[in-house]
Ligand binder design. Structure first.
Ligand code: G3I
Length: 325
């Protein structure tokens, strides 16, 4: 039998290797997580709706268990996420004028960040604020509508006050798409220019076998790096289905998919290693193919196989291409 090296040990000199987890996977994937990953992110359990479902009613039970898992196994933890249009309860925006909503935002950020001070080294303070389409820069959300454009800088200021040691990130998807990339760049640059306490850009990196192109990924990295900020890949996965592939009947990935995926991971990590002075963390949005949010997206119930480890937690060809470079 071949010895399987630890992914995070192989990448020790480059960046942290993280995985998104939940209360089920910290049990079902425990051995895999302990061996190959040195950082975790809560997939859902630290989102607004999970932590403060009703005003002033903080429910930290699930989040605490994940934080305890990280501590117990000497892993780092990324915080996800404080201000987002999704998974935020209705009450937050109800009967809210600018001042009320800012107060609610501040109270949430302060309470959550202070609780995990020292455990969570880095937060996705604002998530997905940039719009994908049209000439507008910002996504139209309740945060924007009620507070105004400065809701983003306010969130970073509250976060910095709550935990001055935490690294504060702006996190988004389609981050390598040329148009969206320029919008994200523009937003983040304006924050930097204003002296807002922001330390990094999170590239979610929900990719597939061909999109985005390696060149677009490289250009995006270069562009964000030019702002003098740290970069994290925060939600990496490589779907085996390309955009136009609508098949729903596969019960296992084809040989061709796995070959292409291995080559894709090989190229992606080769690129990431070239930016080791800037990219300090690479987190997968899961750990192994037995559980991925993609198995429900964009087609409900369609299985996907986006990771380096298969459904039995065995290393795939993709894994070997990433560790043997
Ligand atoms: O909370 C209910 C639960 O009570 C119920 O039992 C369950 C049954 O379906 O549904 C639960 O809510 C689901 C939630 O995950 C928790 O499991 C939602 O329906 C489902 O939509 C939600 O999906 C999450 C999604 O964010 C929501 O936007 C995914 O698990 C999570 O992987 C995904 O993560 C996001 C990042 O936060 C931001 N970037 C994109 C990424 C992928 O969409």
């Amino acid at each position: 039998t071949v010895e399987v090296p630890s992914l995070s040990k192989v990448y020790e000199e480059y960046f942290n290797i993280g995985a998104a987890v939940n209360l089920t996977t910290i049990k079902s994937q425990k051995d895999l997580l302990r061996k190959h990953f040195n950082s975790i992110t809560a997939e859902n359990d630290m989102k607004f709706i999970e932590i403060q479902p009703a005003e002033g009613k903080f429910t930290f039970e699930k989040a605490d268990q994940l934080a305890a898992f990280a501590k117990e196994h000497g892993m780092k933890m990324r915080g996800h996420t404080l201000v987002w249009h999704n998974q935020t309860p209705e009450w937050v925006f109800q009967n809210a004028d600018r001042e009320t909503l800012l107060q609610r935002m501040k109270n949430h950020i302060t309470t959550v960040m202070q609780r995990y001070k020292g455990t969570i080294f880095c937060w996705d303070v604002v998530n997905e604020a940039v719009t994908d389409e049209g000439p507008e820069l910002l996504r139209s959300t309740k945060w924007l509508e009620i507070i105004g454009e400065d809701y983003i800088e306010k969130a970073f200021e509250f976060a910095h006050e709550a935990d001055p040691d935490a690294l504060l990130f702006y996190n988004d998807y389609n981050e390598s798409n040329p148009e969206k990339r320029e919008k994200i760049f523009k937003l983040v640059k304006s924050l930097v220019d204003k002296g807002v306490p922001i330390h990094g850009v999170g590239l979610q990196a929900h990719w597939n076998l061909v999109n985005p192109s390696l060149e677009d990924i490289r250009t995006a990295i270069e562009r964000y790096v030019s702002l003098g900020l740290k970069l994290h890949l925060t939600e990496l996965d490589v779907s085996v289905f390309n955009f136009e592939d609508k098949r729903t009947d596969l019960t296992e990935p084809t040989h061709e998919m796995l070959e292409l995926q291995a080559e894709r991971y090989h190229q992606v990590f080769q690129l990431l290693r070239q930016y080791q002075n800037h990219i300090t963390s690479v987190t997968f949005w899961g750990a192994a193919d037995d559980y991925t949010w993609l198995s429900d997206f964009p087609v409900r119930g369609r299985k996907n196989w986006p990771f380096l480890f298969d459904e039995n937690h065995q290393p795939k060809e993709s894994f070997w291409k990433v560790v043997h470079y």
